[in-house]
Design a protein around this ligand. Structure first.
Ligand SMILES: Nc1ncnc2c1ncn2[C@@H]1O[C@H](COP(=O)(O)OP(=O)(O)OP(=O)(O)O)[C@@H](O)[C@H]1O
Length: 594
């Protein structure tokens, strides 16, 4: 119960529903005992004594009991359901909030499917247990105790004789559950493999079709479908094997009762009425035994689900606010960024960036160039405090970024990531995502600067066009331009562009950049790009190799030095004479712009 104790804060506020559901449950179970007693009374005191005038009264009493029990059962089911639903509601909100606060570090290794099952299957398991499972276990205890007490009070000898088969029934029920449980798990796994196949096929439909993989996919699906069917057949086999056995044992109790009870009546140890009451009481014991294994397993599953939920709620948040953080505001921020001897490694591995020093005065543009895996994106992630640096510090206007309130820091930084993510919503909403109370004029202005306005207007619904899941239906370049507009619309003091124009052609890139130049006046910008043309106007270009700065300076300085920058330049401008050749020909102009 420890797991459920830890979840107390989520259900304690709903305890009135819980108490109501438990009280009504006790009442309904106790009312259930009225039937056997009425039967006994009917036979012994009415029929045998020929007091037939009591029959209508008894019928009315029975009707009253049934009606009251039905009403109580309704209140019990309703209050239990509300208790479970409200607790799940509180828990779901808390879990979702937790997901928002977890750092990038967590998401680096987290698996989407697992997280989704925390929020759905695990939460549902806890809800069902709180709403019904707990009540059912309590109901079993109540029914067995009350039923047994009543049977013992009628005839303890007959009770013991009748109960001979109960241990066998319990054993069979537990063994059934032991077998059927893993079998159900296999069915669930097979189903999840089946849905994964469908999901991957839909998401990767382009790849499947372009590699003519339809036949393979059909074969894969057929195999998984077959797996799903055979696991279901296995489970059905267990059910059909065990149920007749359980039925047999349960009915054996009844046969024993019939024989032993009949004998006790003949011996006049009990009356016929008591004998009949016994018959209906025996189901008070057998009924719950039937589902005992299921409820025990249900509890174990629920506990495991609750533990997984608690695990997520207790997950450590790596990047947090310090005590009394400084709240950045648009009016006070200037935008002077400094990396001071920054070293960072993602895990305990070799650092991804080593001893980085960068001084980016407010409004300057820093270009970053380097091979793949050289640490460019890492620098940008550190600046938006996706991770905390291991050594050194990053300052904004002279203050370590750790001392700023995280949300206010990120509100002043707009990032356009390498991979564009668009929400399944309208283009207008996608552009306005990070901005509060943004006007349509501002959205259009940002879209124009990002060279997105024209193609948006060509779409049938313009800015109201819904972009499909992950932006399907738009080209890579169009998605990037929407992402750039999204960054521009928040009017950031610091702009981080991580290969943001890789998917647009050079012509469009140039146009976007001229837009940037106008908009970036007074804003600090870090541009990661593979094209020299994107970086050549930067105030400083940093060249990275294996996490270290190997060259730095302005474009004009860097093309005068031997090094990776000049090599990249020469490759990209291969159709032009090499820089060294240009230098040796005094009449030739220096390196064409694009
Ligand atoms: N989330 C992460 N977890 C662990 N290691 C990472 C993570 N992100 C990057 N790395 C590692 O850090 C190093 C630098 O990666 P980074 O993404 O900064 O390179 P990059 O220069 O931006 O590369 P690219 O041009 O391919 O995007 C690489 O060795 C990479 O494997």
């Amino acid at each position: 119960m420890d797991a459920f104790r830890q979840l107390k804060s989520f259900y304690w506020s709903e305890r009135k529903w819980f108490i109501l559901s438990i009280l009504t449950l006790i009442l309904a179970t106790a009312l259930g005992l009225v039937y056997p007693n009425l039967l006994r009374y009917l036979i012994d005191d009415v029929i045998k004594q020929k007091n037939f005038e009591l029959v209508p009264v008894l019928s009315l009493v029975l009707f009253g009991v049934i009606a009251i029990k039905a009403l109580i059962q309704f209140i019990q089911g309703y209050s239990g359901a509300i208790f479970g639903l409200n607790t799940a509601f509180n828990l779901r909100n808390k879990l979702y909030n937790k997901l928002q606060t977890l750092s990038f570090q967590y998401y680096d290794t987290a698996r989407t499917g697992e997280l989704m099952s925390r929020l759905t299957a695990d939460l549902e398991a806890v809800r069902m247990f709180l709403a019904f499972g707990f009540a059912q276990i309590l109901n079993i205890v109540l029914m067995v105790t009350l039923g047994m007490a009543m049977m013992l009070s009628i005839d303890w000898v007959l009770t013991l004789i009748t109960m001979i088969t109960i241990p066998f029934l319990v054993m069979t029920a537990l063994s059934f559950e032991k077998k059927v449980h893993p079998s159900f798990r296999n069915v669930r796994q097979a189903l999840s493999m089946l849905t994964t196949a469908v999901q991957e096929n839909i998401m990767g439909v382009r790849t499947v079709k372009s590699f003519a993989g339809e036949d393979n996919e059909t074969k894969k699906f057929a195999e998984r479908n077959d797996g799903f069917r055979s696991k279901n057949i296995q489970t059905a086999g267990i059910w059909s094997k065990y149920f007749p056995v359980m039925e047999l044992i349960a009915n054996l109790s009844v046969v024993i009762l019939l024989a032993a009870g009949g004998y006790r009546v003949i011996q006049e140890h009990i009356t016929i009425g008591e004998f009949v009451a016994f018959f209906s009481l025996i189901w008070f014991i057998i009924g719950p035994m039937w589902g005992l294994g299921y409820h025990i397993n249900n509890y174990a599953n629920c506990k495991a689900s609750a533990e997984r939920i608690i695990g997520l709620l207790n997950e450590h948040v790596n990047v947090q606010d310090v005590e009394n953080p400084i709240v950045l505001s648009k009016d006070t921020i200037k935008g002077h960024v400094r990396f001071e001897d920054v070293t960072f490694s993602y895990r305990d591995s070799e650092p991804s960036v080593h001893h980085i020093n960068i001084d980016a005065p407010a409004g300057s543009v820093i270009g970053i160039l380097g091979g793949t895996g050289s640490g460019k994106s890492t620098l940008i992630s550190l600046l938006m405090r996706a991770y905390n640096v291991n050594e050194g510090k990053i300052t904004l206007d002279g203050v370590n970024i750790r001392n700023y309130q995280l949300q206010s820091l990120r509100r002043e930084i707009a990032t356009v990531f390498q991979e564009t993510f668009l929400f399944s919503s309208t283009i207008r909403n996608n552009i306005a995502y990070g901005a509060k109370n943004v006007t349509m004029d501002e959205i259009i202005k940002a879209a124009k600067l990002a060279q997105a306005h024209d193609f948006i207007m060509e779409l049938p619904l313009g800015y109201d066009t819904i972009v499909g899941e992950r932006g399907l239906g738009l080209s890579g370049g169009q998605k990037q331009r929407i992402a750039i507009a999204r960054a521009l619309v928040i009017n950031p003091h610091i702009l981080l562009l991580d290969d943001a124009t890789s998917a647009v052609d050079m012509e469009t890139e140039h146009e976007i950049q001229s837009g940037f130049r106008e908009l970036m006046k007074g804003r600090t910008t870090f541009i990661i790009a593979h094209r020299i043309s994107s970086l050549r106007n930067a105030d400083e270009i940093i060249v990275l190799d294996k996490g270290r700065i190997v060259q730095r300076g302005k474009h004009e300085e860097l093309i005068q030095q031997e090094g990776p920058y000049l090599t990249t330049y020469n490759i990209q401008y291969a159709d032009r004479p090499k820089q060294s050749e240009l230098d040796s020909v005094p009449t030739a102009g220096k390196g064409g712009s694009r």
